[in-house]
Design a protein around this ligand. Structure first.
Ligand code: 4AD
Ligand code: MG
Length: 430
């Protein structure tokens, strides 16, 4: 007997296969039962006729509860009216386990209740679709870098120093020494890039965010690239090519999932190269024209990013931010030292900043001065300064927030649905 995945049923039309899954829903009349089965890859309707499976088994099937585990076997046929376009005429049902009263029924539940039951919530078709798209995005990103000869160089999770400011550090006790959970692999990525040329890392990062928003997690995944000999322009070009590559992959590979989510795919299809590039100063003008009270030198909040990105159908790069509001390692623009050669990528449709990146300071004296200005402990950065002592070169890199990218491509309101088990302010369970 062939075991199949529901998402591949079209390959099995006219064949007998077995699906291993769980009962999503059941409707039955005297002689016939319609079993909706989910197997993690999709939903399928199985038609169980009393005449065909016998009275005893039919009686058992009628008693199946939501989320009971079953293996169903039968002939696959095309059925445009059925969920997924195929259904099964069931000839055998093996009941693996009967589920107790399932807390997540087919009626609406409040989001707090669902969050408390996240371990079960991820079984629902919408959530499963999001997680499959997340998986596809991760694969696409890895492929993109692999195809371009980037080396995957993992950065440590436990670090002795801050990368992105000291306000949202998670501190840990490293056997009596102070350590921190990584906010970004960047500093290590710079060392790895000097060793290996072009590298990327992909791992969890941690920020003790103190406010609740739709876009912030306390633990999130970031894919970060770092390239020796790249300037800010080469950096932006790589990013836009990466984004288009990922969007295309999702459009091709996740059609069913995007449909499940009712995602307006035309908006994604419209994303083509090159992406618009505007300076921070241009962006401030856009805000002022929109009637916002905004002073040059402030950082953008989420509403500002939404106004700026609403002028474009594609993601937009905002470059050359004020030096004062950016991280210590950003290289000042030689043509205007008040701004840095950094660029953020803002997603369309109000999804906000999905990438932060830029060109790094490659001059030893300047970097030392910046570390002092930011009141960072120089001892912890000696190794990082070594990169400027021994064969320093212009270099650039960026970090893409995976969950924000998933939220955008899936068209989700809130970041909590983009990761199997979100870590949010005062929420650690389950
Ligand atoms: O802009 P950020 O802070 O940049 C860095 O960490 C750089 N060191 C990256 C680099 O150049 N290698 O963070 C990068 C991205 C943001 O654009 C955003 O998408 C995401 O990480 N991000 C978050 N995502 C979810 N929850 C949070 N609390 C996030 N903070 C940042
Ligand atoms: Mg940023």
């Amino acid at each position: 007997m062939v075991t199949a995945l529901i998402k591949n049923l079209s390959r099995h039309a006219g064949q007998e296969v077995t699906i291993q899954g769980w009962v999503y829903n059941l409707r039955s009349s005297g002689k016939i039962a319609f079993l909706i089965i989910r197997d993690g890859s999709g939903l399928m309707q199985g038609v169980v006729a009393k005449q065909e499976v016998g009275e005893a088994l039919f009686g058992e099937v009628k008693k199946l509860t939501q989320e009971s585990a079953v293996k169903v076997t039968g002939m696959v046929r095309e059925e445009p009216r059925s969920v997924g376009g195929y259904e099964m005429q069931v000839t055998a049902v093996e009941i693996v386990s009967i589920a107790a009263d399932y807390p997540i029924t087919h009626k609406e539940h409040g989001v707090d209740f669902l969050a408390e039951h996240r371990h079960l919530w991820i079984r629902t078709p919408r959530q499963a679709a999001v997680l499959r798209i997340r998986s596809e995005i991760e694969h696409a990103l890895r492929n993109f870098f692999y195809e371009r000869d980037f080396v995957l160089a993992d950065a440590p999770i436990i670090t002795p120093a801050a990368c992105e400011g000291t306000t949202n550090l998670f501190e840990i006790d490293y056997h009596g020494e102070k350590g921190y959970l990584s906010q970004s692999g960047q500093l290590y990525s710079e060392a790895n890039a000097m060793a290996l040329g072009r590298i990327y890392c992909f791992g969890p990062t941690f920020r003790a965010e103190k406010s609740k928003t739709r876009r912030h997690l306390l633990e999130f995944w970031m894919i970060e690239a770092e390239m020796a000999y790249f300037d800010i322009d080469a950096n932006m070009q790589l990013q836009e090519e990466m984004i288009v590559y990922v969007v295309q992959r999702v459009l091709v590979k996740c059609q069913n999932e995007l449909k499940t989510l009712d995602r307006d795919v035309e908006k994604l299809k419209a994303i083509t190269l090159p992406f618009p590039r505007i300076s921070y100063t241009d962006a401030v003008d856009i805000l002022k024209q929109a009637g916002e009270e905004f002073t040059w030198g402030e950082d953008f909040g989420a509403p500002h990013e939404t106004i700026i990105s609403s002028h474009f159908n594609a993601p937009v790069f905002v470059h050359r931010y004020p030096t004062k509001i950016k991280a210590f390692y950003m290289k000042p623009d030689p043509d205007n030292l008040d701004v840095v050669l950094g660029a953020d990528l803002l997603a369309p449709e109000g999804y906000g900043e999905i990438i932060g990146g830029g060109q790094r300071i490659d001059d030893l004296a300047l970097l030392e001065a910046r570390i002092a200005e930011h009141k960072l402990p120089k001892e912890a950065f000696e190794w990082y300064l070594d990169l400027r002592r021994f064969g320093t070169v212009p270099h650039s890199g960026f970090g893409l927030g995976l969950e924000r990218t998933v939220a955008w491509l899936c068209g989700l309101e809130h970041i909590r649905e983009t990761i199997p088990f979100p870590r949010m302010l005062h929420k650690m369970y389950p």
